[in-house]
Design a protein. Structure first.
Length: 122
């Protein structure tokens, strides 16, 4: 079984980088360009983990985290924040919303893969 990852980021370049990093390492990657699309794809994709940016139009990463946590079928899956932001207040807000972890862009390929394997216990 390939772990399913839903990556939500308004940057097409970042979405391509995430997919290029994870797909060859055995992950099945699904993409969404903002929080509204990400939450809409949640039932279809049925991901094992969600990766979300914070700053996005229409619905930001905090909204994504909260939406996943409210989902009756996906509330328990890990949600990782991948963002350029590094402020302690934003990290605390993400934790309060239910984020599992926080990574700062630009990411190191191996670090992202290792964090995913750790939160998925694979």
């Amino acid at each position: 079984m390939r772990p399913r990852v839903l990556a939500v980021d308004d940057s097409a370049t970042m979405r391509r980088l995430i997919e290029a990093t994870l797909s060859p390492r055995g992950f099945e990657v699904f993409l969404a360009e903002d929080g509204i699309e990400g939450l809409a794809r949640l039932p279809e994709v049925d991901p094992h983990v969600v990766i979300t940016d914070i700053n996005m139009p229409r619905l930001d990463g905090f909204g994504v985290i909260e939406g996943v946590r409210r989902s009756p079928t996906h509330a328990g899956i890990p949600v990782l924040v991948l963002t350029t932001e590094s402020g302690a207040d934003l990290k605390a807000r993400a934790r309060e919303a239910g984020a599992t972890g926080w990574l700062v862009k630009p990411f190191e390929d191996d670090r992202l893969v290792n964090v995913l394997r750790r939160v998925l216990s694979i």
